[in-house]
Structures are given as C-alpha cells and as structure tokens.
Design a protein. Structure first.
Length: 153
C-alpha cells in the first residue's frame, strides 16, 4: 500500500471519472491504495447515498470494492487525533495510518489538514505526503486539458 484515499476524495474523483487519471499522476495503481473499511457500507446507505444519490453510489461501490482496506493505525497515532473536533474519525484513521506507515494521502478536508498542523509529530510525519484535491485538478488540467476536466466534473 502506497497511498490512502479520503472518502470524499474517492467519491468526487470516482464520480467524475478522474480517479484512475489522478492515481496515474502519482504513479500509483488502484490496488496500491487504501480506503476506510466502512466505505462500501456508507455508499449503500446513509449520508453518502443521500448526498450523491443511488445511481452514483452504486457505481462507486464497485470502485470502492477494488480498493484495499487501509491499514489500521496504532493507538499511539490515533490517540493524538481523537480529541480534535475538526478531524472526523474516518479522517483521523487515514491520517494516523499514513503518518505511521509513511504513506501518501489524498484529501480535500482543509479543516482537518489545518488542525493537523498543531498535532505533535504529524507535520513531520506527513511532510510532502498530503495531496489536496485542488493540486490533483490543476495537474489533470495540465495533463488532460481544462475542457476535459470540466466535462468530467
């Protein structure tokens, strides 16, 4: 496993048909990625299904099923993030696992990333390892052209 994908990033890139191109930018295949264990269930029912709708979620389930489940971080890293309200439990799990294992992370959660700056050990552990959605979109515009990215979204 080389890269962890935040749930919102996977959904947005997946529904826009840009997930494979995004991973290609980073030199990673889908099977080298990790996601939260609950993602398929979240797509079948709950907040994501209500937000994106059944058709998109059903398509995303097949993508999610092809992404391995992320590694579970130790309590050493998780305990530092648990009390921070700006970081939800799923984001905490991904960020802690990435910090512990030295993995890349795709995330669009600016609030969590800002909060992470103040958590002991995380800025150093994740320096140069966070890829934000905007950087991916800019890179895709350079590679595929802005019109192609606009049509995908």
């Amino acid at each position: 496993m080389r890269l962890l994908i935040d749930t919102d990033a996977l959904c947005k890139l997946g529904m826009g048909g840009m997930l494979q191109d995004s991973l290609s930018l980073l030199g990673v295949s889908l099977t080298e990625c990790g996601r939260l264990p609950a993602l398929p269930l979240m797509l079948r029912r709950g907040r994501l299904r209500e937000f994106y709708g059944p058709e998109i979620c059903d398509a995303l389930i097949s993508i999610a099923n092809n992404v391995p489940v992320s590694i579970q971080p130790s309590s050493l890293w998780m305990d530092k993030l648990t009390p921070i309200q700006a970081i939800d439990p799923g984001e905490a799990q991904i960020l802690a696992a990435a910090a512990e294992a030295g993995l890349l992370v795709i995330s669009g959660d600016k609030r969590a990333l800002r909060a992470l700056r103040e958590v002991e050990g995380f800025p150093d552990a994740l320096a140069g390892r966070i890829v934000v959605m905007e950087a991916i979109l800019v890179s895709l515009c350079d590679r595929l052209g802005p019109e192609s990215v606009r049509q995908s979204g």
